[in-house]
Design a protein around this ligand. Structure first.
Ligand code: NAP
Ligand code: ZN
Ligand code: ZN
Length: 360
């Protein structure tokens, strides 16, 4: 019993949390479990800041659990492994994405698409462990204990702070481009040049597609071209929708704020497909833009463990990584405010070093 108390105390972990909806994040303390036989304990080095963190802190999806420690773009170093862990050893550099467990039995899990787990995946934060009652806490903290099967390897050669956003922004854009069959030479439209959007540009470019960014921020033109886009359209200008009607084979929509899907659908050619990955407030949808050119509208949620590893390996081979601005955790509230003003190029990534050294 004494040992249990003592070991629990050693896994007392500094974190940053929102105590209630829309509250500022403040220093807090959580307890991570001692690694069980199949667990690894990870010393968190970097954690990306996803717009989903903001949606959930603000309870915009009406399912938030407080206190909340956000963060699901985690890169760290394995420091301890359970007795039965075979894949990982202390010293390995690993990643953890949006979920840390799933039922492992349903059709989706067996297909390696754990993000669509029928009883529900265990979210890295804003969720409960499989027991249905232990809250999960994310990467705005200094360490995390995760089952070995929900951990991925970070290929050598990717700077670690630039690897962190791949765990959500990377896989969320890689997965639908692959699933819906983007090919070299296809005309790809990327709507919204933020964390997800800039990764979609990089993956589209690496696939050999002709990439056009559709942005409501005229000032992002040079960045878009530098990131690998071939063209840039400013969507504030309504004429753009008429002039480019029927132009694209494929559109990926990464926008976090409400906008008119119908207008973007009109930019697809016959049989073109638009995939939604951004999650704004609901927007009315008309049947006409779909019917008149047999267009498809689809959605996609992150990606499974196997595909996330595949994406990371692809990034290692093709030199793909996120463009980041590294911040200490103390800057997190300012970073949220800047993201809401569209002032980030193109992902904030938290360096957890000074939270470990006792700063708060
Ligand atoms: P982000 O970095 O804040 O980027 C969002 C982009 O949306 C902005 O850069 C901006 O691009 C555009 N935008 C913002 N406000 C706008 C407005 N009022 N009108 C038009 N465009 C606007 O966010 P992110 O981290 O990439 O996340 C984007 C969305 O994807 C969020 O809703 C997030 O929750 C969601 N998400 C979904 C999944 C999934 O599995 N499906 C995974 C992760 C995140 P421009 O300046 O270029 O217009
Ligand atoms: Zn995310
Ligand atoms: Zn399942």
């Amino acid at each position: 019993m004494d040992t249990l108390v003592e070991s629990k105390a050693t896994l007392k972990t500094p974190a940053y949390a929102a105590k209630k909806a829309d509250a500022e994040l403040v220093p807090w303390s959580i307890v991570r479990r001692e690694p069980g036989p199949h667990d690894v304990l990870i010393d968190i080095l970097y954690c990306g800041v996803c717009h989903s963190d903001i949606h959930q802190v603000k309870d915009e999806w009406h399912n938030s659990i407080f206190p909340m420690v956000p963060g699901h773009e985690i890169v760290g170093r394995v420091v301890k492994v359970g007795d039965h862990v075979k894949k990982w050893k202390p010293g390995h550099i690993v990643g953890v994405g949006c979920f840390v467990d799933s039922c492992r039995r349903c059709e989706a899990c067996r297909a390696g698409e754990e993000q669509y787990c029928e009883p529900g995946m265990t979210l890295t934060y804003n969720g409960y462990e499989r027991d249905g009652k232990t809250p999960t806490y994310g990467g705005y903290s200094t360490r995390i204990t995760v089952d070995e099967n929900y951990v991925m390897s970070i290929p050598k050669g990717i700077p670690l702070e630039r690897a962190a956003p791949l765990l959500c922004a990377g896989i969320t854009t890689y997965s639908p481009l692959k699933h819906f069959g983007l090919e070299a030479g296809d005309k790809l439209g990327v709507v919204g040049l933020g964390g997800l959007g800039h990764m979609a540009v990089k993956f589209g470019h690496a696939t050999g597609a002709h990439v056009t960014v559709l942005s409501h921020s005229p000032g992002k033109r040079d960045d878009a071209l530098a990131l690998g886009a071939d063209d840039f359209l400013v969507t504030k200008d309504e004429a753009v929708f008429k002039e480019n009607a029927g132009r694209f084979d494929f559109i990926i929509d990464t926008v976090s704020a409400q906008h008119d899907y119908n207008a973007y659908l009109s930019l697809l050619r016959r049989d073109g497909i638009m995939v939604l990955v951004g999650v704004p407030e609901p927007t009315p949808l008309s049947a006409f833009p779909l019917i008149v050119k047999r267009r498809s509208l689809a959605g996609s949620l992150i990606g499974g463990i196997r595909e996330t590893q595949e994406m990371l390996d692809f990034c290692g081979q093709h030199g793909v990584a996120a463009d980041v601005e590294v911040i200490p955790i103390q800057e997190i509230n300012r970073a949220y405010a800047r993201m809401l003003k569209n002032d980030v190029r193109y992902r904030f990534v938290i360096d957890l070093a000074n939270l470990k050294s006792g700063a708060s």
